[in-house]
Write a protein that binds this ligand. Structure first.
Ligand SMILES: Nc1nc2c(ncn2[C@@H]2O[C@H](COP(=O)(O)OP(=O)(O)OP(=O)(O)O)[C@@H](O)[C@H]2O)c(=O)[nH]1
Length: 360
């Protein structure tokens, strides 16, 4: 029994798996529950929080969305997460439910362990850790790290301890799960979905429930009310990093990943811009690119979302009065694979050439 503690649901999963999309859907089906959201992102541009704030769902006002952008939540527990939780719990009307979206690069373990801190433990319990998976990316082998590349990196720098960044992080997020969502089921056929389900089932040491979803659409009852009390169990779900450094005082970091923000000019022709971005993403092996674009003559803001080569653009809301219309994109990739100067110049050139084409 968890008594009257407030349930908190942790939504984790790799970059672009569909965490924000799933949360948006959950908010729409929240059945009047007052939900507070804590959103953590890798990169200096708060895109997810901004998208959720802009979604106009009644149960979720601007005050109910707290963004943590000072790095991955697993590394900023003491400085960011605990104070944020304390402030939430001091509010006049405490939420019925807290939903936490981790960054796509976060290890869920340190975050869940933080629910054992005295400030939080008496008031909140982790209802469940929901791990969202991009089924199409798994099917494409995105998380099976390139063994040759890993070996070359280690040979060049013996001190590297996170030698398989993508694969390990992916496995750590599965290890922490109380529920696994195979999202983007629409992008694969039925046999592929079954293959991925088996693969993920094998990676999970415990018999964790696996469900499939398209567009993160799942009934709220599937995601909520798991009543796992995960904070009491997390010590048994160690990450690769914790296993490697057991008994040592050792901080982990995210040095193997990098992000930067690009400011580009207005984009009169979103379709041409998106096509160019998709080519650029493939050339530079960018893991994730997202942000907003200014399309002249349009009242609405354009959202740009890319996960690997797959790119999506849509208008989400009108630019607010006083808000500066701008094109800003965050780019995330592996540290040794990103040439930030070139990528920035190429994105700017793409916006310019899209502008020229529209003018002709
Ligand atoms: N085809 C398809 N696309 C999806 C699905 N779910 C999400 N997407 C798209 O995938 C992209 C990333 O979705 P997000 O919900 O932003 O992913 P995220 O996990 O929050 O991303 P990060 O916070 O950057 O790690 C967006 O373009 C979504 O529209 C799905 O089930 N099918």
């Amino acid at each position: 029994m968890q008594g009257q503690k407030i349930p908190a649901t942790v939504i984790t999963g790799f970059l672009g798996a569909g965490k924000t999309t799933l949360i948006r859907n959950l908010l729409q089906n929240a059945g009047g529950r007052k939900i507070a959201l804590i959103i953590n992102e890798f990169g200096d541009l708060g895109v997810d929080g901004d998208i959720l704030k802009g979604c106009g769902i009644e149960t979720c006002g601007e005050d109910d969305v707290v963004e943590l952008t000072n790095g991955c939540i697993c590394c900023t527990v003491a400085d960011d997460f605990i104070p944020t939780m304390t402030r939430l719990l001091e509010r006049d009307r405490v939420p019925d439910l807290i939903v936490i979206e981790t960054s796509g690069l976060a290890l869920p373990q340190p975050l869940v362990a933080a629910f054992n801190w005295p400030e939080v433990k008496t008031r909140v319990t982790v209802d469940g850790v929901v791990t969202v998976i991009d089924t199409a990316a798994v099917a494409d082998g995105r998380f099976a790290d390139d063994e040759e590349k890993v070996a070359a990196q280690r040979a060049a720098d013996e001190s590297l301890d996170h030698d398989k960044p993508l694969e390990e992080l992916f496995e750590d997020q599965i290890t922490a799960a109380d529920l696994i969502v195979l999202n983007k089921a629409d992008l694969v056929d039925a046999p592929t979905l079954e293959r991925v389900r088996r693969e993920i089932g094998q990676k999970s040491a415990r018999a964790v429930k696996i469900v499939t979803a398209e567009g993160g659409k799942l009934p709220a009852d599937v995601l909520l009310g798991i009543a796992a009390g995960t904070e009491d169990l997390i010590a048994g779900r160690k990450s690769h990093h914790e296993l490697e450094h057991e008994g040592e005082a050792h901080d982990h970091d995210h040095d193997e990943f990098e992000s930067f923000v690009v400011d580009a000019g207005a984009v009169p022709d979103p379709a041409t811009f998106a096509k160019g971005l998709s080519r650029l993403i493939a050339t530079h092996d960018i893991l994730r690119l997202k942000g907003f674009a200014d399309v002249p003559g349009k009242q609405m803001r354009l959202v740009v979302q890319a996960v690997g080569k797959r790119i999506e653009t849509y208008f989400d809301r009108a630019w607010a009065p006083g808000e500066t219309r701008a094109t800003r994109l965050v780019v995330i990739g592996l540290h040794d694979g990103l040439d930030a100067v070139r990528i920035e110049a190429e994105i700017r050139a793409l916006a310019e050439s899209a502008a020229k084409e529209a003018a002709e």
